[in-house]
Design a protein around this ligand. Structure first.
Ligand code: B16
Ligand code: MG
Length: 218
C-alpha cells in the first residue's frame, strides 16, 4: 500500500526549463573569458550550485582564478541570467506539472520545493505558482549543495514528514543522488540513461495523474 505524505519538487528541469537560460549566461561568460562552452557540457551543471557550476566551467576552459574573481564572475553571470528570467511567462511551466501538483494538493499530500537555485522564489513568483508550495527550500537556506541531501532533508523537516514517506522529483543526476542519500523515494524526470539510479523515470508530466503515479511508485 502506498503511504506517501509529501512530494518535493526540484525546480529547474522539473517545474520549468531554466537550464536553457543558465546555459546562455554561462556561454556568454565563457566567451568573455576567451573559450567556448558547448551544449553537451551543460548537463554537468544541472542541479549543482552556482559556484560549483563556475568551477566546472573554468575547468573546461582551463582557467585558474582567485576566489574573489570567481565571486565577481558568479555575480555577473547571475545578472545576465536574471535578464532572461525577467522575461519568463507562466506558459513556460513544463506541461502537466502544475495540474499534477494541484491534484496532489487536493488529495492532502504536502508539497515542497527543493532547489539549488538562489533565485527559486523569484522564478516561482514570475510563473505565478509560488502559492502551490507549502515550503520552499532553496540555495539561500542550505550550506551543502546536491548531491548532499541537506536541501531535501530540510524540506521534509519543514513539512513534518519522514523521507521514506516522501517522494523527490528530480531531473539531475546530482539530485537523484541527493534523494537516495537522504532516504527518499524518488522519481527521475527526463532521460532514463542519465537518471538510471532513480526508483522510476518519467519522460515528463504530460498525462500523469495521482493514480497513475501511485501505481508506478508502489
Ligand atoms: P542559481 P535546481 C539549479 O536548479 C540548476 O539546475 C543549476 O544549473 C544551477 O546552477 C543552480 O540551480 C543554482 O542556480 O544560480 O539560480 O542560484 O535544478 O536545483 O532547481
Ligand atoms: Mg533540476
Amino acid at each position: 500500500m502506498v503511504d506517501i505524505k509529501a512530494c518535493i519538487f526540484d525546480l529547474d528541469g522539473v517545474v520549468v526549463d531554466t537550464a536553457k537560460y543558465h546555459y546562455l549566461a554561462w556561454k556568454r561568460l565563457a566567451n568573455e573569458l576567451g573559450f567556448e562552452f558547448h551544449d553537451n557540457d551543460n548537463e554537468r551543471l544541472k542541479g549543482i550550485s552556482r559556484l560549483d557550476s563556475l568551477n566546472i566551467l573554468l575547468e573546461i576552459g582551463k582557467v585558474t582564478l582567485s576566489i574573489n574573481r570567481k565571486e565577481e564572475l558568479a555575480v555577473l553571470k547571475n545578472q545576465w541570467y536574471l535578464e532572461y528570467i525577467a522575461k519568463m511567462k507562466p506558459d513556460e511551466i513544463l506541461p502537466g506539472v502544475k495540474e499534477f501538483i494541484e491534484e496532489l494538493k487536493d488529495s492532502g499530500i504536502k508539497i515542497g520545493l527543493g532547489s539549488a537555485s538562489k533565485n527559486a522564489v523569484l522564478i516561482l513568483n514570475q510563473l505565478g505558482i509560488v502559492h502551490l508550495f507549502e515550503t520552499i527550500v532553496d540555495g539561500t537556506k542550505v550550506t551543502n549543495a546536491k548531491p548532499n541531501p541537506e536541501i531535501f532533508l530540510l524540506a521534509a523537516r519543514e513539512l513534518n514528514v519522514n523521507p521514506a514517506q516522501s517522494v523527490v522529483f528530480e531531473d539531475a543526476e546530482a539530485g537523484i543522488e541527493a534523494a537516495i542519500r537522504g532516504g527518499f523515494r524518488n522519481v527521475g524526470v527526463g532521460n532514463p540513461k542519465i537518471l538510471s539510479k532513480a526508483d522510476i523515470v518519467l519522460p515528463n508530466f504530460i498525462g500523469v495523474t495521482k493514480d497513475k503515479f501511485f501505481s508506478l511508485i508502489n
